[in-house]
Design a protein around this ligand. Sequence first.
Ligand SMILES: Nc1ncnc2c1ncn2[C@@H]1O[C@H](COP(=O)(O)OP(=O)(O)OP(=O)(O)O)[C@@H](O)[C@H]1O
Ligand SMILES: [Mg+2]
Length: 249
Amino acid sequence: MPEADIVQLHESAEHNPARLIAKLENVVFAPGARKLVDGLSFTLRNNGITTLMGPNGAGKSLAMRLLARLLLPTTGHVHDCGIAARDIALVFQKPVMLRRSVTGNLTHALKLHGVSRAERPARLGELLQMADLEHLANSPARLLSGGEQQRLALVRALAAEPKLLLLDEPTASLDPQATQAIETLILQASNHGTKIVLVTHDIGQAKRLACDVVFLHQGFAHEHAPAETFFTEPQSLEAMAYLKGELLI
Ligand SMILES: Nc1ncnc2c1ncn2[C@@H]1O[C@H](COP(=O)(O)OP(=O)(O)OP(=O)(O)O)[C@@H](O)[C@H]1O
Ligand SMILES: [Mg+2]
């Protein structure tokens, strides 16, 4: 084996010990005349929490739908990296609850995931406890507060034991206590080995949770960096401006 190849193999094992879980390659999404996603490329590894950041309209939610395979690229590739679509869960920016109780929503998710009738009560109890929703188990899910619905949406997604969990602004418009509850759930899931991709506009939250950051602007990834360097030394002008709170157009 040529020496250069050995060095490369060694480096990739040392710096990238986790395996690929998702890869977007030159993805264009253009349902009409405008390219809403325009040459988007990034690679996600199976470790830590990745945050997707960028201004309104940057294409973050579209990127999440592409990763979840709910949208197909117009051109380019979303590689499956050996992960089946059913192993990916997406919690939408505005979660949609079934017109059932909290328990009904969770039971439905467990059933879909193939959890046997006998095993369901124990799993249900665990999920209610994780979300701190035991006292609301029989309440109609649609009547829960915003924070309670987000907690429910998150554990409902976890009911399917996804390998890749995509969370689109799960704490937007929540108070600090509700935000902390969600962040705790996210960290727990991450510690249990679920790969998490989190869209957030909350820079404090990204600093608390992110291992790496993908920065999007106008449907394009301008930067993908470890969190520690992204926040202190952003490389792209777009990310610098965003972090300074300047308007990006
Ligand atoms: N189905 C669609 N048809 C046409 N335009 C769309 C569609 N979905 C999204 N867009 C447009 O694509 C762009 C990117 O939308 P996207 O929802 O991904 O932004 P975002 O980065 O998630 O923004 P925000 O921070 O406001 O949630 C926006 O200009 C939006 O208006
Ligand atoms: Mg969005």
